[in-house]
Design a protein around this ligand. Structure first.
Ligand code: ADP
Ligand code: MG
Length: 293
């Protein structure tokens, strides 16, 4: 069974002539938390798209609202303003349309690893025997053979994250949102998982929105990358990753890769400096009872 979306292989153009709507479109999303003086403006005006079969990454400072964006897409929270469209249809506030791997593994403690892995398929009413067979196959691929019947507390944080990753992959929805899926893994396992995800995705493309802290990871995996500002967050820059598919394993040694990585790093540093200046200017002047020296 193909986990990734099937696409015509013979290059036949689709019957309709209108350009296909993006798989996902965020249009001017805004979101604040709290009220009055306690209010925190997190998202100011976030607009972006993910095309059909495209792999798009979001890079932004910690606390810039990346996870919040995924909560809005998943319909877990309503936006204050803006719209979310999938394939041209407004879906703002609707649940169950995306396959989502949250930043924390969020496995159900009372379910075994394999029962966690098949959860989304169970909800969709797919046959259990087939789902379990798939789960066992994929758990083995991420190094969790032998843990199918274990409970989440018996696994390390990294292993739980891999199990959550399998659960997201096995979900029947076409659109996949991954929130820093490799964050808790050690460097070597992380590299293995990146290569594995890359091969998996290239074999049978699915539309992906991928959140990461790592500039290198974003450049390695993505077709396009959006850089986010700090709070209140907007898109600072969008860039197309100029490397073809399948992506060479040593692409990270390409001088253009290093140049892009440096450019993004500089931009993020400038943004951080802007944030720090804004925070200093917003702070009350140090008076008799101030703590600033
Ligand atoms: P990121 O994933 O980029 O690190 P988050 O989306 O987790 O950022 O959080 C962005 C900001 O929104 C943070 O300041 C966080 O404290 C705040 N925030 C997120 N969710 C809530 C919530 N449910 N209630 C109040 N504040 C929240
Ligand atoms: Mg987050």
């Amino acid at each position: 069974m193909a986990l990734m979306q099937e696409r015509p292989q013979d290059g036949t153009p689709p019957a309709q002539t209108a350009p296909a709507a993006p798989c996902l479109e965020l249009d001017g999303l805004a979101k604040s938390f709290g009220r009055g003086r306690r209010q925190v403006r997190v998202l100011e005006n976030v607009s972006l798209t993910v095309g059909q079969g495209e792999f798009v990454s979001l890079i932004g400072p910690s606390g810039s609202g990346k996870s919040t964006i995924l909560h809005l897409i998943g319909g877990l929270l309503p936006p204050d303003a803006g719209a979310i469209r999938m394939e041209g249809r407004e879906v703002t506030g609707r649940k169950g349309l995306i396959s989502y791997m949250p930043q924390s593994a969020a496995l159900f403690p009372w379910r075994t690893i394999e029962d966690n892995a098949v959860l989304a398929r169970e909800v969709a009413g797919l046959p259990r025997a087939e789902s379990l067979a798939l789960a066992r196959e994929w758990l083995a691929k991420v190094g969790l053979a032998g843990y199918e019947r274990a409970y989440p507390h018996m696994l390390s944080g990294g292993m739980q994250q891999r199990a959550a990753f399998v659960r997201a992959l096995l979900s029947p929805q076409e659109f996949l949102c991954l929130d820093e899926p490799f964050g808790a893994l050690d460097a070597l396992t992380r590299q293995d998982m990146q290569q594995w995800l890359l091969a998996l995705w290239e074999a049978n493309r699915r539309s992906v929105l991928f959140i990461t802290h790592s500039i290198e990871e974003a450049l390695l995996l993505s077709d396009r990358v959006y850089l986010l500002s700090g709070k209140p967050t907007r898109v600072l820059r969008e860039l197309r990753v100029p490397f073809g598919r399948p992506r060479a394993e040593d692409v990270a040694d390409d001088p253009r890769f290093l140049e892009l990585k440096r450019e993004i790093y500089e931009e993020m540093k400038r943004e951080q400096a802007r944030q720090e200046t804004a925070a200093r200017e917003a702070a009350p002047p140090a008076g008799r009872f101030g703590f600033r020296r």
